[in-house]
Design a binder for this molecule. Structure first.
Ligand code: PEP
Length: 251
Protein backbone atom coordinates (compact mmCIF):
# COMPACT_ATOMS: atom_id res chain seq x y z
CA UNK A 1 0.00 0.00 0.00
CA UNK A 2 1.44 3.36 -1.01
CA UNK A 3 0.38 6.48 0.90
CA UNK A 4 0.16 9.84 -0.84
CA UNK A 5 -0.20 12.50 1.85
CA UNK A 6 -0.87 16.19 1.12
CA UNK A 7 0.24 18.71 3.73
CA UNK A 8 -1.40 21.98 2.78
CA UNK A 9 0.26 23.92 5.61
CA UNK A 10 -1.44 27.36 5.86
CA UNK A 11 -3.10 27.22 2.45
CA UNK A 12 -6.72 26.68 1.33
CA UNK A 13 -9.81 27.70 3.24
CA UNK A 14 -12.97 25.57 3.12
CA UNK A 15 -14.09 26.70 -0.35
CA UNK A 16 -10.87 26.25 -2.32
CA UNK A 17 -9.98 23.19 -0.25
CA UNK A 18 -13.25 21.48 -1.12
CA UNK A 19 -12.83 22.31 -4.82
CA UNK A 20 -9.28 20.98 -4.85
CA UNK A 21 -10.18 17.65 -3.23
CA UNK A 22 -13.19 17.27 -5.49
CA UNK A 23 -11.11 17.88 -8.61
CA UNK A 24 -8.30 15.57 -7.51
CA UNK A 25 -10.67 12.73 -6.63
CA UNK A 26 -12.43 13.16 -9.96
CA UNK A 27 -9.06 12.72 -11.69
CA UNK A 28 -7.50 9.97 -9.58
CA UNK A 29 -9.53 6.76 -9.71
CA UNK A 30 -9.63 4.61 -6.57
CA UNK A 31 -7.03 1.84 -6.43
CA UNK A 32 -6.58 -0.94 -3.92
CA UNK A 33 -2.85 -0.30 -3.68
CA UNK A 34 -2.87 3.37 -2.66
CA UNK A 35 -4.32 5.74 -0.08
CA UNK A 36 -4.71 9.50 -0.48
CA UNK A 37 -4.49 11.65 2.65
CA UNK A 38 -5.28 15.34 2.89
CA UNK A 39 -4.00 17.47 5.78
CA UNK A 40 -5.71 20.87 5.44
CA UNK A 41 -5.70 23.73 7.97
CA UNK A 42 -8.07 22.90 10.85
CA UNK A 43 -10.99 25.13 9.76
CA UNK A 44 -10.92 23.50 6.31
CA UNK A 45 -11.11 19.98 7.75
CA UNK A 46 -14.91 19.50 7.73
CA UNK A 47 -15.14 20.54 4.07
CA UNK A 48 -12.34 18.14 3.10
CA UNK A 49 -13.75 15.34 5.25
CA UNK A 50 -17.10 15.68 3.50
CA UNK A 51 -15.41 15.32 0.12
CA UNK A 52 -13.41 12.21 1.03
CA UNK A 53 -16.35 10.54 2.79
CA UNK A 54 -17.44 8.67 -0.30
CA UNK A 55 -13.99 7.31 -1.14
CA UNK A 56 -12.53 4.30 0.66
CA UNK A 57 -9.08 5.18 -0.65
CA UNK A 58 -9.05 8.72 0.80
CA UNK A 59 -9.05 10.27 4.27
CA UNK A 60 -8.58 13.60 6.01
CA UNK A 61 -6.29 14.59 8.82
CA UNK A 62 -5.17 17.58 10.82
CA UNK A 63 -1.69 19.11 10.89
CA UNK A 64 -1.31 19.29 14.64
CA UNK A 65 -3.15 18.58 17.91
CA UNK A 66 -2.71 19.27 21.60
CA UNK A 67 -2.50 16.28 23.93
CA UNK A 68 -4.97 17.43 26.61
CA UNK A 69 -8.61 16.42 26.11
CA UNK A 70 -10.07 19.84 26.91
CA UNK A 71 -9.50 22.98 28.92
CA UNK A 72 -8.00 26.46 28.90
CA UNK A 73 -5.59 26.05 25.95
CA UNK A 74 -6.44 28.95 23.68
CA UNK A 75 -5.61 28.32 20.05
CA UNK A 76 -5.15 24.58 20.44
CA UNK A 77 -7.21 21.69 19.04
CA UNK A 78 -7.74 18.43 20.94
CA UNK A 79 -7.75 15.04 19.28
CA UNK A 80 -11.45 14.71 20.08
CA UNK A 81 -12.31 18.00 18.40
CA UNK A 82 -10.20 17.08 15.37
CA UNK A 83 -11.96 13.72 15.12
CA UNK A 84 -15.39 15.36 15.39
CA UNK A 85 -14.37 17.70 12.56
CA UNK A 86 -13.55 14.69 10.37
CA UNK A 87 -9.90 13.83 11.03
CA UNK A 88 -8.85 10.20 11.08
CA UNK A 89 -5.14 11.07 10.77
CA UNK A 90 -2.90 13.54 12.58
CA UNK A 91 0.48 14.92 11.53
CA UNK A 92 2.85 15.20 14.47
CA UNK A 93 6.22 16.88 14.77
CA UNK A 94 6.34 18.41 11.31
CA UNK A 95 9.63 20.29 10.94
CA UNK A 96 7.80 23.62 10.82
CA UNK A 97 6.21 22.78 14.19
CA UNK A 98 9.59 21.82 15.58
CA UNK A 99 11.72 24.61 14.16
CA UNK A 100 9.31 27.54 13.71
CA UNK A 101 7.15 26.96 16.79
CA UNK A 102 9.71 25.35 19.08
CA UNK A 103 7.93 22.02 19.50
CA UNK A 104 10.11 19.77 21.63
CA UNK A 105 10.77 16.06 21.10
CA UNK A 106 8.95 15.29 24.34
CA UNK A 107 5.79 17.06 23.14
CA UNK A 108 5.65 14.91 20.03
CA UNK A 109 5.51 11.83 22.28
CA UNK A 110 2.57 13.23 24.22
CA UNK A 111 0.76 13.97 20.98
CA UNK A 112 1.39 10.51 19.51
CA UNK A 113 0.04 8.90 22.68
CA UNK A 114 -3.06 11.12 22.66
CA UNK A 115 -3.77 10.37 19.00
CA UNK A 116 -3.39 6.61 19.44
CA UNK A 117 -5.48 6.73 22.61
CA UNK A 118 -8.33 8.25 20.62
CA UNK A 119 -8.07 5.60 17.92
CA UNK A 120 -6.75 7.94 15.23
CA UNK A 121 -3.67 7.34 13.06
CA UNK A 122 -0.55 9.37 13.82
CA UNK A 123 2.02 10.30 11.21
CA UNK A 124 5.22 11.23 13.07
CA UNK A 125 7.63 13.44 11.12
CA UNK A 126 11.37 13.21 11.71
CA UNK A 127 14.34 14.70 9.90
CA UNK A 128 17.68 16.36 10.25
CA UNK A 129 18.75 19.94 9.53
CA UNK A 130 21.42 20.65 6.93
CA UNK A 131 24.12 21.35 9.50
CA UNK A 132 23.28 18.08 11.23
CA UNK A 133 23.60 16.17 7.96
CA UNK A 134 26.91 17.87 7.22
CA UNK A 135 28.13 16.92 10.67
CA UNK A 136 27.25 13.26 10.03
CA UNK A 137 24.48 13.36 12.63
CA UNK A 138 21.52 12.37 10.45
CA UNK A 139 20.95 8.94 11.98
CA UNK A 140 21.48 10.15 15.54
CA UNK A 141 18.98 13.00 15.10
CA UNK A 142 16.35 10.86 13.42
CA UNK A 143 16.64 8.06 15.98
CA UNK A 144 16.49 10.56 18.85
CA UNK A 145 13.28 12.04 17.41
CA UNK A 146 11.86 8.54 16.91
CA UNK A 147 12.66 7.46 20.45
CA UNK A 148 11.01 10.57 21.89
CA UNK A 149 7.98 10.43 19.62
CA UNK A 150 7.34 6.75 20.35
CA UNK A 151 8.25 6.83 24.02
CA UNK A 152 6.04 4.79 26.34
CA UNK A 153 4.35 2.83 23.52
CA UNK A 154 4.22 -0.94 23.41
CA UNK A 155 5.17 -2.85 20.27
CA UNK A 156 1.63 -3.03 18.90
CA UNK A 157 1.17 0.72 19.32
CA UNK A 158 4.49 1.50 17.63
CA UNK A 159 3.37 -0.59 14.66
CA UNK A 160 0.37 1.73 14.22
CA UNK A 161 2.49 4.86 13.80
CA UNK A 162 3.39 5.95 10.28
CA UNK A 163 6.76 7.69 10.04
CA UNK A 164 7.49 10.50 7.60
CA UNK A 165 11.21 11.04 7.02
CA UNK A 166 11.53 14.67 5.99
CA UNK A 167 15.03 16.14 5.90
CA UNK A 168 14.57 19.78 6.91
CA UNK A 169 16.88 21.00 4.14
CA UNK A 170 14.61 19.40 1.53
CA UNK A 171 11.30 20.86 2.69
CA UNK A 172 10.05 23.64 0.45
CA UNK A 173 13.50 24.18 -1.05
CA UNK A 174 13.21 22.42 -4.39
CA UNK A 175 16.16 20.23 -3.35
CA UNK A 176 14.95 16.69 -2.71
CA UNK A 177 16.99 13.93 -1.13
CA UNK A 178 18.17 11.50 -3.78
CA UNK A 179 16.14 8.27 -3.82
CA UNK A 180 19.26 6.45 -2.57
CA UNK A 181 19.85 8.88 0.31
CA UNK A 182 16.21 8.72 1.33
CA UNK A 183 16.24 4.92 1.17
CA UNK A 184 19.38 4.75 3.30
CA UNK A 185 17.74 6.73 6.12
CA UNK A 186 14.55 4.68 5.73
CA UNK A 187 16.56 1.50 6.22
CA UNK A 188 18.03 2.88 9.41
CA UNK A 189 14.58 3.89 10.70
CA UNK A 190 13.16 0.51 9.68
CA UNK A 191 15.87 -1.38 11.47
CA UNK A 192 15.24 0.63 14.65
CA UNK A 193 11.50 -0.01 14.38
CA UNK A 194 11.91 -3.69 13.55
CA UNK A 195 13.49 -4.28 16.95
CA UNK A 196 10.50 -2.62 18.66
CA UNK A 197 7.48 -3.92 16.76
CA UNK A 198 5.84 -7.36 16.61
CA UNK A 199 7.68 -9.89 14.45
CA UNK A 200 6.75 -9.59 10.80
CA UNK A 201 5.57 -5.97 11.03
CA UNK A 202 6.39 -3.77 8.09
CA UNK A 203 6.29 -0.24 9.47
CA UNK A 204 5.18 2.36 6.99
CA UNK A 205 7.78 5.02 6.27
CA UNK A 206 7.11 7.91 3.89
CA UNK A 207 9.58 10.37 2.38
CA UNK A 208 8.87 14.11 2.25
CA UNK A 209 10.85 17.07 0.93
CA UNK A 210 10.36 18.76 -2.45
CA UNK A 211 8.52 15.82 -4.00
CA UNK A 212 7.20 16.89 -7.41
CA UNK A 213 5.68 15.26 -10.50
CA UNK A 214 9.16 15.14 -12.01
CA UNK A 215 10.92 13.28 -9.18
CA UNK A 216 8.08 11.19 -7.70
CA UNK A 217 8.63 8.20 -9.98
CA UNK A 218 12.34 7.96 -9.17
CA UNK A 219 11.68 8.28 -5.44
CA UNK A 220 8.83 5.76 -5.47
CA UNK A 221 10.95 3.30 -7.44
CA UNK A 222 12.73 2.73 -4.13
CA UNK A 223 11.05 -0.17 -2.37
CA UNK A 224 11.97 1.42 0.96
CA UNK A 225 9.48 4.25 0.40
CA UNK A 226 5.93 3.40 1.47
CA UNK A 227 4.71 6.72 0.16
CA UNK A 228 5.31 10.45 0.09
CA UNK A 229 4.34 13.46 2.19
CA UNK A 230 4.05 16.49 -0.05
CA UNK A 231 3.66 20.20 0.64
CA UNK A 232 3.94 22.63 -2.28
CA UNK A 233 3.08 20.18 -5.06
CA UNK A 234 -0.10 19.10 -3.25
CA UNK A 235 -1.65 22.56 -3.46
CA UNK A 236 -2.78 22.31 -7.07
CA UNK A 237 -4.89 19.78 -8.91
CA UNK A 238 -2.52 19.02 -11.77
CA UNK A 239 0.61 18.42 -9.76
CA UNK A 240 -1.10 16.55 -6.93
CA UNK A 241 -3.12 14.29 -9.21
CA UNK A 242 0.02 13.53 -11.23
CA UNK A 243 1.93 12.54 -8.09
CA UNK A 244 -0.96 10.38 -6.83
CA UNK A 245 -0.91 8.51 -10.13
CA UNK A 246 2.83 7.81 -10.07
CA UNK A 247 3.38 4.23 -11.23
CA UNK A 248 5.28 1.92 -8.88
CA UNK A 249 7.39 -0.93 -10.16
CA UNK A 250 5.77 -4.35 -9.66
CA UNK A 251 7.41 -6.25 -6.79
C1 PEP B 1 6.03 19.21 3.83
O1 PEP B 1 5.45 20.23 4.10
O2 PEP B 1 5.91 18.22 4.59
C2 PEP B 1 6.83 19.14 2.62
C3 PEP B 1 7.52 18.06 2.37
O3 PEP B 1 6.83 20.27 1.83
P1 PEP B 1 7.41 20.35 0.32
O4 PEP B 1 6.83 19.19 -0.43
O5 PEP B 1 6.88 21.67 -0.19
O6 PEP B 1 8.88 20.28 0.39
Amino acid sequence: MTIFAANWKMHHGPATGRDLVRAVLARVRPREDRTLLFFPPAPTLPAVAAEVAGRRDAAAGTQNVYWEAKGAFTGEVSVGIAAEAGATWVLIGHSERRHKFGEADEETGKKVRAVLGAGLSPMLCVGEKLEERKAGETEAVVLRQLAAGLQGLDAAAIARVVIAYEPVWAIGTGVNATPQDAAAVHRCIREWLRARTPAGTRSRILYGGSVSPSNAAALLAEEELDGVLVGGASLEVESWAAICETPRPAR
